[in-house]
Design a protein around this ligand. Structure first.
Ligand SMILES: [Zn+2]
Length: 234
């Protein structure tokens, strides 16, 4: 059973109704869900489902598994822990924006990233990040936050997308397995387009200002940058 992923069309969906269509040890599978399963550096959602606590949601064996503290069945109502999810949305959009600026300014690729509600990190393919680079990244980021640029997600096909993509970003799209013909794109208007199945805010203004907390060498050609966000600027 393929679960309809409601968060893909609407990241702001906080509650939903669904039917339990499968279950296993400690988990249930639904016909539709607004719970984001862990993936792409974004942690899973938590919340309530049919009166039971959802501690984790994982993609496993082609299923979206909701781990609940008590068994549930039938028709259920789901509620996402919104504060946590919204923090992840702001952080995920922040990661895309910071990755885009680092690519444009320094040709730095994003080798990995991990988002958390309070702070996040990105590993860049850079030997180092100097104080000057750090200031430029912050300033550029905060300027784009002030511009309140729209962020949107939409489905397209690989063949439609590839010819229109900046050659430096093509790699990101080429990483998507060839069997996947329909690609979800997250676009920061005028700044960046990249393939992503995560949840995002609707405008750069919602992200809020960035504060880079640390930069640390992770061996040759790789530098880890850790950041947090100030309050959003909607
Ligand atoms: Zn993403």
């Amino acid at each position: 059973m393929v679960t309809e992923l409601l968060y893909m069309g609407n990241s702001y969906l906080k509650e939903f109704s669904a039917n339990v269509v499968g279950s296993g040890k400690g988990y249930v599978v639904l016909d539709r869900t607004a719970f984001y399963p862990e993936g792409g550096g974004q942690p899973s959602d938590t919340g309530m489902l049919g009166g039971s606590r959802v501690s984790e949601v994982r993609k496993d064996g082609g299923e979206i598994r909701h781990y609940t503290d008590t068994p549930i069945s039938g028709k259920v109502h789901g509620i996402i822990d919104w504060e946590r999810r919204y923090a992840h949305m702001r952080m995920h959009s922040a990661q895309h924006l910071l990755s885009a600026i680092a690519l444009d300014r320094y040709g730095a690729e994003t080798a990995g990233n991990q988002i958390h509600a309070d702070r996040s990190r990105i590993d860049f393919t850079l030997d180092k990040i100097t104080g000057e680079m750090r200031t430029l990244l912050e300033d550029e980021f905060n300027r784009i936050v002030d511009e309140r640029r729209p962020i949107k997600a939409y489905m397209t096909t690989r063949s439609e997308m590839l010819p229109t993509i900046d050659p430096r970003r093509r790699k990101l799209f080429e990483r998507v397995p060839p069997s996947v013909t329909n690609v979800r794109v997250v676009e920061i208007e005028g700044i960046d387009r990249c393939p992503c199945a995560g949840t995002h805010v609707a405008s750069t203004g919602e992200i809020g200002y960035i504060a880079i907390e640390s930069v640390k060498s992770k061996g040759k050609g790789k530098t880890r940058l850790t950041f947090r966000l100030e309050k959003g600027n909607i």
